[in-house]
Design a binder for this molecule. Structure first.
Ligand code: ATP
Length: 593
C-alpha cells in the first residue's frame, strides 16, 4: 500500500512537472484564474444576502434612501458578470495550455520512438505499452493539473461556504463531509476496476483496432474485395468489440447503481438540513436574507462537494492511467555505450563470429552459431530457403538487433560498440519491405543520406543508377512531384518503380562503405534488372555488398555465395567452386532451371 501511495505521489509530481515545463507562463495564469474563481461564489452569496436584507429593510422603512440598494444591485451584477467572464477566460486559458502540454508530451513520445531500440517494435508486449501510452499521454498530464486546480478551487470555495454554514450549527461541517464520503469511496473503487480492466484487455482493444483498420484502410482494400473478406473481418471486429463493450457495460451498470444509492442518502441529509433552517427562520432566530443565503450556500456546498469528490476521483483515475505513459517513458534507450567510429576505410574484413540470435520474447533460435568472414570490397550473396534467417542476419548487420551470442566485428571493432549514427552513415540498407514515402520524388531519394549538404546532382545520379531517372524527369513537376496516393496531385508508382526509387535512395548514400540489398530485384522487370546488373560493379565500386536474393541473375553477381540452411550456414564459397561441390547450392540452381 505504501509503495502504491509513493508511486501515486511520484506520478502526481511527474504530471505537474510535465505541465509546468510545457509552459510556466500559462501554468501561472491558470493558477491565478483558479484562485479568483474559487473566491467568487462566496462573494456572490454575500451580495445576495445583502441584497435581500436591504430590500426587506427598504420595504419596511418609509422614505429610505435607495442609494445603498443601487450599490448592492450593481455589486451583484458585477460579481455575476465576473463569474461568467472568468469562466470563459478560464476555458480559453486551459485550451491554450493543453496545446503546450500536448506538444510537450508528443515531443517526449516522438523522441522515445525515434531513439528506442528497434527490438521493441518487434515485441508484442511493447505494442501493448505503446498503445496504452498513446491513448493516455495526450490528455492525462493536463487533466492531472486541471484536477489539482479544480480541487484547489473547490476546496477554497467549500471551506468558505462551510464557515458560513457553521453559523447555523457546528455539526453542519461533519454532516456534509460524511454525506459525500460514500460516493468518493465508490468512485475510487470503480476507477481501480476500470484501470485493471483496461490493462488486462489492451491486446483485445488492439485487435479491435486492427480489424477496424482491415475494414477501412487502403492497404487492405484490394484483398478485402478480391477475397470478399469484408463480412469475415466485420464479424471478427464485432465479436471482439461486443465482448469488450459487454464487460464495460457491466462495470458501468454497477457504478450507476452504487451512485444512485449514495445520492439518495445525500438528498435525505440535505432535506433534514433545509427543514432545520426553515424552523430556525420561523422561530425568528435568523433573517429572511440569511435563510436565502443559507439555502444558496447549501445548494452551492452540495454542488462544490460533488465537484470536489469528482475532482478527487478523476485525479486518482488520471494518476493511475498516467502510469501507462510513465511505463512507456521508462523504457530505457540502450544505445548510449556505443560511441566508437566506423573504420574508414575498412582495412580488412567484416567478421561474423559464432553469432546466435532469437527475437525478443521468443524461444526459437533463428540464427545458430553462424561464423562468416566478408573481405572488404567483395560482393556476398546470401541465399537459402524461405525462413532460413537471411533477413534476420541483415537486421543484425544493420544494427537493428544485437546477437544473443557471439559478435559481429569490422576490423576487430565490435559492431555493438559503434555509434548508431556511424552505422547509418557507413551502411546503406534496403529491406524487402522498403518504405514508400508520400513526399516528392527527390526527397524519396534524399532520405538515403540526410547528412549530405551539397547534392551536386547526386540525386540525379542515384536515380540514373536505379533506372528511375527518365520516369521522374517526365513527371508533371519532375523530381518535385509528390509520390503516392495520399495527397492531391500525387503520382502513384508501380511496385517495381517504388523498388527502383528505394534502390536510388540506397545509392544516394555514397558515403556508405557497405551496401546491403534484401531482395533488390524482386519486383523489377527483366530489362531494368539486366541494366542494374550490368552496372552493379560500377555502383558497388570500392564498397562491400551483401545481397539477399532468390534470383539466379542477381546471385551470379557475387564473389562469395553463402548458402543458409536451418538457421545456420550450409556452404560458403565462390559460385563456381560451389557448383563443382554439387551440394545445396548446386541443387538450388538446378531447381531454378
Ligand atoms: N519479427 C519477428 N519476430 C519473431 N520471429 C521472427 C520475426 N521475423 C522473422 N522471424 C522468424 O525468423 C525466421 C527467419 O526469418 P527471416 O525473415 O530471417 O527469413 P528469410 O531467410 O529472410 O526468409 P525469406 O526468404 O522468406 O525472406 C522465420 O522462421 C521467422 O519465424
Amino acid at each position: 500500500m505504501k509503495r502504491v501511495n509513493k508511486l501515486s505521489i511520484n506520478h502526481l509530481l511527474e504530471s505537474l512537472r510535465i505541465v509546468y515545463r510545457s509552459s510556466p507562463k500559462w501554468t501561472l495564469i491558470n493558477t491565478i484564474i483558479t484562485i479568483i474563481r474559487g473566491c467568487i461564489p462566496l462573494l456572490l452569496l454575500y451580495v445576495v444576502k445583502e441584497l435581500i436584507d436591504v430590500v426587506t429593510n427598504h420595504i419596511n422603512t418609509i422614505n429610505n434612501n435607495p442609494q445603498h440598494l443601487y450599490y448592492i444591485i450593481g455589486a451583484t451584477a458585477l460579481f455575476f458578470l465576473l463569474n461568467a467572464i472568468s469562466g470563459s477566460v478560464s476555458s480559453l486559458v486551459r485550451e491554450r495550455q493543453s496545446h503546450f502540454v500536448n506538444d510537450y508530451v508528443q515531443n517526449i513520445i516522438h523522441k522515445k520512438t525515434i531513439n528506442i531500440d528497434y527490438k521493441y517494435f518487434e515485441d508484442a508486449n511493447y505494442q501493448d505499452t505503446f498503445y496504452r501510452a498513446l491513448n493516455d499521454a495526450n490528455f492525462r498530464p493536463a487533466r492531472v493539473f486541471y484536477g489539482i486546480l479544480q480541487l484547489a478551487q473547490n476546496s477554497l470555495t467549500l471551506l468558505l461556504i462551510l464557515i458560513i454554514l457553521s453559523n447555523i450549527h457546528w455539526a453542519m461541517i461533519p454532516v456534509l463531509i460524511i454525506s459525500g464520503a460514500p460516493i468518493f469511496y465508490f468512485r475510487i473503487a470503480h476507477t481501480r476496476k476500470i484501470y485493471q480492466y483496461r490493462k488486462q484487455h489492451t491486446e483485445d482493444e488492439r485487435r479491435v483496432h486492427y480489424f477496424n483498420r482491415l475494414l477501412t484502410a487502403k492497404d487492405f482494400a484490394k484483398e478485402l474485395r478480391v477475397f470478399n473478406l469484408g463480412e469475415t473481418f466485420k464479424r471478427e471486429y464485432e465479436y471482439f468489440k461486443h465482448d469488450l463493450r459487454d464487460k464495460q457495460w457491466t462495470l458501468s451498470k454497477s457504478k450507476t447503481l452504487y451512485e444512485v444509492a449514495v445520492q439518495v442518502l445525500a438528498t435525505i441529509i440535505l432535506l433534514l438540513i433545509i427543514g432545520y433552517v426553515v424552523q430556525q427562520t420561523v422561530e425568528g432566530h435568523i433573517s429572511s436574507g440569511s435563510m436565502a443565503m443559507y439555502f444558496l450556500a447549501l445548494q452551492r456546498a452540495y454542488a462544490v462537494l460533488q465537484g470536489l469528490l469528482s475532482s478527487l476521483s478523476s485525479l486518482y483515475e488520471d494518476n493511475l492511467f498516467l502510469q501507462n505513459f510513465i511505463e512507456f517513458n521508462n523504457i530505457s534507450i540502450e544505445k548510449s555505450i556505443a560511441n566508437q567510429l566506423f573504420p574508414n576505410p575498412i582495412k580488412t574484413t567484416i567478421e561474423i563470429k559464432n553469432v546466435s540470435f532469437k527475437y525478443p520474447n521468443t524461444n526459437k533460435w533463428v540464427l545458430k552459431n553462424i561464423s562468416l568472414t566478408i573481405p572488404k570490397g567483395k560482393t556476398v550473396a546470401l541465399v537459402g530457403r524461405n525462413g532460413c534467417g537471411k533477413t534476420s542476419l541483415v537486421k543484425l548487420l544493420a544494427g537493428l538487433h544485437q546477437p544473443n551470442e557471439g559478435q559481429i566485428t569490422v576490423d576487430n571493432i565490435n559492431w555493438h560498440h559503434i555509434a548508431s549514427s556511424e552505422i547509418s552513415k557507413n551502411i546503406s540498407v534496403i529491406f524487402q519491405d522498403f518504405m514508400l514515402y508520400n513526399v516528392s520524388a527527390a526527397n524519396n531519394i534524399r532520405f538515403g543520406n540526410m547528412r549530405r549538404k551539397d547534392e551536386n546532382g547526386i540525386i540525379q545520379e542515384a536515380a540514373q543508377k536505379a533506372g528511375i531517372h527518365e520516369l521522374f524527369s517526365n513527371l508533371p513537376e519532375g523530381f518535385d512531384t509528390t509520390l503516392g496516393t495520399l495527397f492531391k496531385g500525387s503520382q502513384m508508382l508501380s511496385r517495381g518503380e517504388w523498388q527502383r526509387t528505394a534502390l536510388a535512395r540506397s545509392f544516394y548514400n555514397t558515403d556508405a562503405q557497405i551496401i546491403i540489398l534484401d531482395e533488390p530485384t524482386s519486383s523489377l522487370d527483366a530489362f531494368t534488372e539486366a541494366k542494374l546488373i550490368a552496372h552493379f560493379k560500377e555502383i558497388t565500386r570500392n564498397k562491400t555488398a551483401i545481397i539477399v536474393s532468390h534470383r539466379l541473375s542477381t546471385i551470379k553477381l557475387a564473389d562469395i555465395v553463402v548458402v543458409m540452411e536451418n538457421s545456420g550456414i550450409a556452404e560458403v564459397g565462390a559460385p563456381d567452386e560451389l557448383l563443382k561441390q554439387r551440394g545445396v547450392y548446386f541443387s538450388m540452381l538446378e531447381s531454378l532451371k
